[in-house]
Design a protein around this ligand. Structure first.
Ligand code: ADP
Length: 273
């Protein structure tokens, strides 16, 4: 069964005011355990609005959000439990760190889930391991860590809730290439080992192409394209038409070609000399 089903979602900011903005139009999609879905689209295409529907942060004007088959808006008491099942990591998640030790910060979610002390400690240990931090970090002050380490602590706090789906909005923004690579590798390992579905929103098509198995392209609040990663990047002309960055598309196609995927180079000039 799917973890998340969105059925014909429409969302409008400021409905009925002069500033009304239709941000999502008839969006339907399904997320199954272990999926790795990349969401791309130019600025303002609706990516942030879309992911805020996955765990009830935004309520659609029409359509249905089903989590494990249940319509979350049919019974508002479902919303609280859904926040533990669907983990959302916002851009610059380190800005949401507020406890004065790493242990307290990462355990915040599990402490609110009715687990035993041992259960909480185990969750914290495992989550830190997934982001490459050992137990020597437990007593440290998160605000004294490097930017990359703080980011990893914040992600560990969401992983510690063992969500069924992990949704990340630009998780690598502002990191150097090594930090970016490390975080994406850790997320991929977490997905593989836990079966958690991952949904990655990124401006970096290279990151999406390297990790996601399925790609959704948003345009003006609609799903313009949806398919396997290779199928989507093979529609280079369409992607350019949707306002996506040509040099990035070219790089992605080159990478896919290097890895031996069938790549349609007819539509774009690929300089692979
Ligand atoms: P993206 O994440 O792809 O950049 P968003 O989901 O942030 O896109 O925005 C989709 C559309 O909704 C844009 O036109 C944006 O200007 C508008 N929008 C986003 N947030 C708000 C808001 N709080 N109030 C009004 N309009 C908004």
């Amino acid at each position: 069964m799917a973890i998340i089903d969105l059925i014909n979602i429409n969302y409008c900011y400021g409905a009925g005011t002069p500033f009304e903005k239709q941000a999502l139009r008839n969006v339907s999609l399904s997320v199954a355990p272990g999926d790795y879905i990349g969401i791309i689209g130019h600025t303002g295409s609706g990516k942030s609005t879309l992911i805020r529907h996955f765990n009830g942060l935004l309520r659609p004007n029409s359509g249905h959000v089903l989590i494990n088959g249940k319509d979350i808006w049919a019974k508002p008491s479902l919303i609280r439990s859904i926040r533990f099942q669907i983990g959302l990591v916002f851009q610059y998640p380190e800005t949401q760190i507020f406890e004065d030790t790493v242990a307290a910060d990462v355990s915040y979610g599990p402490r609110n889930m009715g687990l035993s002390k041992e259960g909480i400690d185990l969750r914290v240990h495992d989550a830190l391991q997934f982001v490459g931090l050992d137990d020597s970090y437990l007593g440290r002050n998160p605000f004294r860590l490097s930017g990359g380490e703080m980011r990893r602590v914040a992600i560990a706090g969401v992983i510690a809730m063992k969500p069924q789906a992990l949704i990340l909005d630009e998780p690598t923004a502002g990191l150097d290439p090594e930090g970016r690579h490390m975080i994406l590798e850790q997320i991929e390992r977490f997905r593989r080992e836990s079966g958690t579905a991952v949904i990655l929103v990124s401006h970096s098509m290279e990151d999406i192409a390297e990790h996601a198995k399925h790609v959704i392209v948003l345009d003006q609040g609609r799903i313009a394209l949806s398919g396997t990663t290779t199928a989507i990047f093979n529609q280079a002309e369409q992607l350019v038409h949707l306002g996506l960055d040509i040099p990035q598309i070219t790089k992605v196609l080159l990478e896919l070609k290097k890895k031996g995927y069938p790549v349609n180079t007819g539509a774009t000039t690929i300089d692979d000399a």
